[in-house]
Write a protein that binds this ligand. Structure first.
Ligand code: GDP
Ligand code: MN
Length: 421
């Protein structure tokens, strides 16, 4: 028994951990939008312009870059690793430094194309804009981030004197060069804190006092904008002795949307998981994952347990979905539509423990949804609790082919088996 519990706990960390990481709902904005926000705070960023058509590219080259030798052409997608990415059209690299007369040609290979990077998944993301930036002569690349830390329950600044590659790679290659400075959120950032960060960055040419000021401005932006992450990689030094945020990723806490209206107006649904966009519209707690078993569950705890037991039986969940304690039939229909429209889903597991949520409401929702969508995959249903008999009767009388299960374990086993056929 203990062995089983241990196994459950360790698996539960893998799936639940993945869920938890994403559970902090956040807004991600494009690089050019982040640069604009940083520049409002007096943070040094490269001069640039975001364009969405070849005509705009031509115009920008003529008016903004005609006196420059080279331009950095950057694909705008809401994912990192662009430099090393590849377009589905075969073109390599989502970030290029090119001669000014090559900008149009390069942008033409990016605009409207799909870029695949380490972070996008194999389906990639569409490039609707390219960001044209002045080419800086960089003498050094460092890493800088501010995030929220569970241990200190507050903002944490992470700095590394090496940068440009991902923090995961940096942590592996230079674990001793990464420094962490927790900030007391009530006191705010002190000169000593900022100096510690600058010491960790160890700039080669940038002025120390200026660098300390830049760090303080970054922290101010992080707090005032309700960021959950501000990652600058690289934080670069130019030959004119300046610290410049050459590439930044900014995430914002969804719970702050009500007081960050301007920032949240930047949301770009074309870059988000379409399943999550649909779920948000129906007010469902839904997180898309990569597995093959679609889950419809009520209650976050039960949803996590369901995902873990699926794993235990050798399957992988396609999503986290908590329909909540008092979902309407309409929401259940929407939830079912999202699961059935997901091509990766090979089986659906409905696991409802009726409390406030009544089993007959869920059952009617499933039956109604099945009328609207072509049900191509087996559905395993486990109902228990309030109005379970009515729920079971509704399902039975609908004539739908369902696999019924006795308990959670049985349900997960049947779903994994059904998905592997
Ligand atoms: P990412 O691959 O999505 O992280 O895209 P980045 O914006 O970080 O660009 C990748 C790399 O391009 C950076 O790490 C830099 O090495 C390089 N790069 C970007 N802008 C400039 C620039 O103005 N000058 C130089 N020399 N290199 C740049
Ligand atoms: Mn980068």
């Amino acid at each position: 028994m203990r062995g089983l519990v241990n196994k459950l706990v360790s698996r539960s960390l893998s799936v639940a951990g993945q869920w938890q990481q994403q559970q902090l709902r956040r807004l991600n904005i494009h690089e050019y939008q982040g640069a604009e926000l940083m520049s409002k705070y007096g943070i040094n960023v490269p001069k640039g312009v975001a364009v969405s058509s070849l005509d705009e590219v031509k115009e920008a080259v003529k008016t903004k870059f005609s006196n420059q030798n080279e331009v950095v052409v950057k694909s705008q997608i809401l994912a990192g690793g662009r430099g090393l990415g590849t377009f589905l059209n075969g073109f390599k690299g989502g970030v290029h430094i090119v001669k000014t007369d090559q900008v149009e040609d390069t942008a033409g290979k990016m605009l409207g194309q799909i870029l695949v990077t380490k972070q996008t998944g194999p389906q990639g993301k569409v490039v609707s804009k390219v960001y044209l930036c002045e080419k800086l002569s960089l003498v050094n690349e460092m890493y800088f981030a501010i995030t929220l830390d569970r241990n200190t329950a507050g903002p944490l600044i992470i700095a590394c004197s090496k940068g440009g590659t991902s923090i995961e790679d940096l942590a592996e290659k230079y674990p001793d060069m990464i420094i962490k400075v927790p900030i007391d959120v009530f006191k705010g950032i002190t000169d000593e804190d900022a100096a510690k960060v600058v010491d960790g960055l160890a700039p080669k040419v940038a002025d120390r006092t200026d660098s300390i000021e830049q760090v303080k401005k970054l922290y101010k932006l992080f707090c005032e904008s309700d960021c959950t992450l501000l990652e600058i990689n690289p934080l670069a030094e130019t030959s004119s002795n300046q610290l410049v945020a050459a590439d930044a990723k900014l995430n914002f806490d969804d719970n702050a949307a009500f007081r960050q209206k301007q920032i949240f107006s930047l949301r770009d649904p074309s870059q988000e998981d379409p399943r999550e966009v649909a779920a948000a519209k129906a007010d469902l707690n839904y997180i898309g994952l990569d597995g093959e078993i679609g889950c419809m569950v009520n209650g976050a705890g039960l949803a996590m347990a369901t995902m873990d037991i699926i794993k235990l039986h050798g399957g992988t969940p396609a999503n986290f979905l908590d329909v909540g304690g008092n979902a309407s039939e309409g929401q259940v229909v929407e939830a079912f539509k999202i699961l059935t429209s997901d091509e990766k889903v090979k089986a659906i597991l409905v696991n409802i423990f009726g409390g406030i949520m009544k089993c007959d409401v869920i059952a009617s929702g499933i039956v109604n949804a099945a009328k609207n969508v072509a049900l191509k995959v087996p559905v395993v249903v486990r109902l228990e609790g309030t109005n379970v008999e009515q729920g079971k009767r509704i399902l039975k009388e609908s004539g739908m082919t369902l696999i019924t299960a006795e308990d959670l374990d049985d349900a997960a086993e049947k779903a994994v088996k059904a998905a592997s056929k």
